[in-house]
Write a protein that binds this ligand. Structure first.
Ligand SMILES: [Ca+2]
Ligand SMILES: [Ca+2]
Ligand SMILES: [Ca+2]
Length: 346
């Protein structure tokens, strides 16, 4: 096992390198500082922010065991982890210019975080990936699927859907996507069957949007980014996403208009979502949210009663730009069939 101390310095160096690279690329702008559990903005000195965030991330990281030291059991040649990506669409957000046009989501395939693997950014609301296991994951008592987080400390909830391979052709082409019913399923602010169309920016560089609730707006980054439009959309002048809109995850608790102090809204996202930390289904050892196939519901909210699933879909569920945090967007590092993992690892 790698010592906490060496892991501390590895993460410290990794994050300093990351921030340095970002600052160079962005000309001293913010790329993704949602590593912080609370965030400071406005008149607070930039260097101070960086110092706080590095300190928080390093402290958090060195206080936990390392996932990559914990081997998985492979039974009958089956992989516990995701083996295929079928679809990926980035939702407009701050990472847009950094994600290749043909993103393969290799960070979501296989065991997370080994050999320098990072995470997959789903972007702003609606962005998603569709992935599959090489076998059917059984629905046994309790949790069945682990969705690995970024890892980080700041929740950016994603909605998870599951599908069975009914015709056994290995493709997510004939089943129904059933939503894992999370804690905010019946929240008054949750909008099921939500839809947003994002429009390619003109000369302003800013993405405008319209939703199916009669609302529209502009995605304005708090800190400058080149564009939130992703080259992976090809020649499209607009792109439409459909899914579940969850309640806003953060609120600005600052009384000073010159300072942002973004905090998680209390009591929300207790279970049932991807990239949620310190909630009821977060496994501290694996750094993953544990989801139960029995929680899957149909379009009317009734139990889907699935005995097994082969495919998962993870989708950014928050449509919120939280000040200098920019958009709240899900990042995930893979998924596992919990039944195939070494029980000692979690
Ligand atoms: Ca289960
Ligand atoms: Ca199929
Ligand atoms: Ca994240």
């Amino acid at each position: 096992m790698i010592s906490y101390q060496s892991e501390f310095f590895r993460l410290l160096l990794q994050n300093l390198h990351f921030m340095n690279a970002v600052m160079r690329k962005k000309g001293f702008s913010i790329f993704d500082f949602r590593f912080s559990i609370l965030s400071l903005g406005g008149s607070v000195d930039f260097t101070f922010k960086v110092a706080i965030i590095v300190a928080i991330l390093s402290f958090t990281s060195c206080s936990k065991n390392l996932v990559s030291d914990l081997p998985a059991i492979e039974k009958s040649g089956q992989s516990p982890y995701i083996t295929q990506i079928f679809d990926y669409q980035y939702g407009p957000g701050q990472h847009a210019t950094l994600i290749p046009q043909v993103e393969k989501c290799v960070n979501f395939i296989g065991e997370p975080w080994i050999s320098g693997k990072s995470f997959t950014a789903l972007g702003g609301w609606g962005g998603y990936l569709v992935a599959g296991f090489d076998h059917a994951v059984s629905n046994t008592t309790g949790a069945d699927i682990a969705i690995y987080t970024q890892p980080s400390v700041s929740s950016e909830p994603g909605v998870v859907f599951v599908m069975a391979d009914n015709n056994n052709d290995g493709l997510p082409n004939d089943g129904t996507w059933y939503e894992i019913k999370g804690s905010e399923y019946n929240h008054a602010e949750t909008i099921h069957n939500y839809q947003v169309t994002y429009y390619k920016p003109g000369s302003s560089g800013q993405v405008t949007w319209k939703d199916n609730q009669g609302k529209s707006g502009t995605l304005v980054p708090e800190f400058g980014t080149d564009s939130w439009w992703w080259t992976g959309y090809g020649d499209k002048t607009s792109v439409t996403f459909s899914g579940v809109r969850l309640p806003d995850a953060y609120f600005n608790s600052s009384k000073d208009p010159n300072i942002d102090l973004w905090l998680p809204r209390p009591g929300l996202f207790r279970y049932g979502y991807a990239e949620c930390y310190n909630n009821q289904d977060y496994n501290d050892l694996l750094k993953a949210n544990f989801l139960d196939i029995s929680s899957a519901v149909d379009a009317s909210g009734l139990p889907a009663n699935l005995s097994k699933i082969n495919f998962i879909k993870v989708q950014s569920g928050i449509f919120q730009i939280a000040g200098w945090l920019n958009e709240i967007s899900t990042e995930v590092s893979g998924a596992a069939d919990i039944h195939l993992l070494d029980k000692k690892s979690y």
